[in-house]
Design a protein around this ligand. Structure first.
Ligand code: SF4
Length: 347
């Protein structure tokens, strides 16, 4: 699997991106950045569920100024998302932004990009060159979208490098998964910088999580990607939780519980769906990594339940509870949930 592309390490606040550091999970607020109170409240919610870097939109000067207030109320590094106006980038830096996401291509003349790069360098603040397929400059129409994204990113990387700036991260996002994968594979071989990966505008949680998991998961499996964002039309908490599920699926991070539950079938001898849903909800309150199995019968049940930290193999009216591979109790159906959770909570 992982071909182990080791990118150059870049620090944002106290989080290291690349250089072999754990793949970091990020999200973006959906509040009006000018409303510092609401934005801080949302970022705190994101911190609670494990978000490691947060990005806020900076559409105007008031939003850039609000970063100073937001910064005081949060613990994780904050990235200011800037388009078009380089003065907003300078103001966001003044306000204490830990990172900038911009597209130097839409900032305008080199002098403006230079002013931003100098101010960022002085503060040790990294810049993410963030390309989106939807806002690519019209260049050679014979080239595909992935190639045009890569060429545009390379041009902008060279511009920052010519200004002696190398605190660079890169993202090349498209809605189309194969295009995104192709673009990242190309750039991964051409630059040493850490890559922020994601599928842009991937949709509402139900569809978007799948689309993102396929795109982000494929890239991570190929060893490409140093930080991720699952972009969803929904609460940003969903983005963070989905991000961790992707990383846990590839054994790249351990974060909170993992629930193994069987799909149930005609052999199930208990209401496994209800039990699994209740266990999933209860596990949301647990921070530590623990693997819990909820299985519907004695065919695959004992094997999976024994393989988990804590598991139950349900039978007719009775279930066997396993802990670290050993049978610890036989319980009646009405006690399935409480007996299982007692073992989980017992550590
Ligand atoms: Fe069916 Fe049993 Fe497998 Fe669940 S564990 S899917 S009930 S065979």
């Amino acid at each position: 699997m992982n071909t182990g592309r080791t990118s150059r390490a870049v620090r944002i606040g106290d989080v290291t991106i690349g250089g072999g550091a754990p793949v970091a999970v990020q999200s973006m607020t959906k509040t009006d950045t000018r409303d510092a109170k609401a934005t801080v409240a949302q970022i705190r919610e994101l911190e609670e569920c494990g978000c490691e870097i947060v990005r806020v939109a900076v559409p105007d000067a008031e939003a850039a100024r609000a970063i100073a207030e937001i910064r005081k109320g949060i613990r994780i590094p904050l990235v200011a998302d800037i388009h078009f106006d380089y003065r907003l980038a300078l103001m966001a830096l003044e306000s204490g932004a830990d990172g900038l996401r911009l597209n130097p291509g839409n900032i305008g003349e080199e002098e403006k990009v230079k002013a931003v790069a100098l101010a960022a360098k002085e503060r040790g603040v990294p810049i993410r060159i963030g390309l989106n397929a939807g806002s690519l400059p019209k260049t050679d129409p014979t080239l595909g979208v992935a190639e045009r994204m890569v060429n545009s990113a390379l041009e902008q990387i060279r511009l920052l490098e010519s200004l002696d700036f190398d605190l660079i991260k890169v993202s090349l996002k498209a809605f189309d998964v194969p295009t995104t994968i192709e673009a990242y594979r190309m750039i991964a071989d051409r630059v040493p910088y850490p890559l922020h990966i994601g599928i842009t505008e991937s949709g509402t949680p139900r569809k978007g999580i799948i689309r993102s998991a396929v795109g982000i998961g494929t890239l991570l499996y190929l060893g490409i990607g140093d930080t991720i964002r699952v972009s969803l039309t929904g609460h940003p908490r969903e983005e963070v939780l989905a991000g961790y599920e992707i990383l846990k699926s590839l054994n790249l991070r351990q974060y909170g519980p993992v629930l193994v539950s069987c799909p149930t079938c005609g052999r199930a001898e208990a209401d496994v769906v209800k039990l699994a849903e209740a266990v999933e909800a209860a596990l949301e309150k647990i921070d530590r990594p623990v693997k819990v199995a909820v299985m519907g019968c004695v065919v695959n049940g004992p094997g999976e339940a024994m393989d988990a930290d804590v598991g139950i193999a349900c039978g007719k009216g009775k279930g066997v509870i396993f802990k670290k591979g050993k049978k610890v109790a036989v319980v009646v159906e009405k006690d399935f949930f409480t007996a299982l959770m007692r073992e989980v909570e017992g550590g």
